[in-house]
Design a binder for this molecule. Structure first.
Ligand code: SIN
Length: 344
């Protein structure tokens, strides 16, 4: 009898166990909600080369916040500023091989893989920031972005920094003859290297993260950049002569790895597109003001600031005419003519 009660007890426990187990495991799984969510979280590693207190750095932060809040934390954006992960020379390959999923190189740097982007480097092509913005928001901008697809890239949009100015380590630059024989740093771009040569400078393409070191080694006498880049990297402390020339624009193509983009759900693609639109609008409203604030700070520091007169600008423009001819000869595209129809 005792044996019978014992066996019945064991069987009862087993039956209760069998009924209760699935509910128990369900509860365990559902309870650890974070653990479940982890499988669904998408991470975007976004690398760039400038400081966080610049138009690109701050727009990237804005984009991150938008993506993370619009996706309720299901998409994370990890930002790697200041070239801490990849520099100018390595970030494009890292993007193509999906080591990182997003970058925002300058138009100039994109032109090394998608040559038609060279058009945006032509000096004195645009009159003001509004003109740049409206052209890039038009079919011309769409055409440029679509061309990145051939390189396995997904063009999300454009962010602006601003117009480039010239800075020099000794005396202010005003005339073309002021460049003669001096070492000039440019970004890696066909047009910019030719531009330096037409000015009579000894021109070298140097990666942005190397610039301070090369100035210290006395390898850069003159360079062009936006006021925010000159300020955030303290170039003005070593090269304290700033010429406000507004001769060319510096902005960014925001790029994602195309296969990564295709792997995202439609919902996530929409979240990123919306966040990108908002970040671009934020950038459009704030980039110019950031450059102006940096100019004020550099004035207060005691840099020598001169503005090119219209006559001096005409001298520079005449020097740059061959760049336009070369572009037309080298590129089977009417992008330049399309832009000129709007800017003239
Ligand atoms: C940047 O704004 O991303 C860097 C520009 C430069 O290389 O001068």
């Amino acid at each position: 009898m005792r044996m019978y009660i014992g066996s019945a007890g064991i069987i009862l426990c087993l039956v209760i166990g069998l009924i209760a187990y699935p509910n128990f495991t369900k509860q365990q799984t559902a309870y650890d909600a974070e653990q479940v969510g982890l499988n669904e979280i998408v991470t975007i590693r976004f690398s760039h080369v400038v400081a966080e207190n610049t138009p690109k750095g701050r727009t990237a932060l804005y984009f991150k916040k938008q993506v993370e809040s619009k996706s309720n934390g299901k998409i994370r954006v990890e930002l790697y500023p200041n070239g801490m992960l990849y520099n100018d020379e390595t970030e494009m390959d890292a993007l193509k091989t999906n080591q990182i999923q997003m970058i925002a190189p300058t138009y100039s740097k994109i032109s090394t893989v998608v040559p038609s982007w060279e058009v945006l480097d032509l000096p004195f092509l645009f009159k003001d920031e509004q003109q740049v913005q409206s052209i890039l928001n038009s079919a011309i901008g769409k055409e440029l972005l679509s061309k990145t697809k051939e390189e396995g890239l997904h063009g999300l949009g454009f962010w602006q920094n601003g117009f480039k100015q010239m800075i020099s380590n000794e005396r202010s630059i005003r005339h073309v003859s002021d460049f003669k024989g001096r070492s000039m740093r440019t970004m890696n771009s066909n047009i910019l290297l030719q531009q330096g040569m037409l000015l009579g400078a000894r021109t070298n393409a140097i990666s942005f993260d190397e610039v301070n070191k090369k100035i210290d080694e006395e390898k850069i006498d003159v360079q062009e950049n936006t006021l925010s880049n000159i300020f955030s990297k303290s170039f003005y402390k070593k090269e304290p002569y700033i010429t406000l020339s507004n001769h060319g624009i510096l902005g960014y193509g925001v790029l994602m790895n195309e296969s990564f983009w295709e792997s995202l759900s439609e919902t996530n693609q929409q979240v990123i597109t919306n966040a990108m639109n908002e970040a671009s609008q934020w950038n459009e409203k704030n980039a110019q003001a950031m450059n102006e604030a940096d100019l004020k700070a550099m004035k207060q520091y005691g840099t020598t600031i001169v503005t090119l007169s219209e006559k001096e600008k005409e001298e520079w423009k005449r020097t740059f005419i061959p760049l336009y001819d070369t572009f037309k000869k080298q590129h089977q595209t009417d992008l330049l003519q399309q832009i000129q129809r709007i800017t003239k």
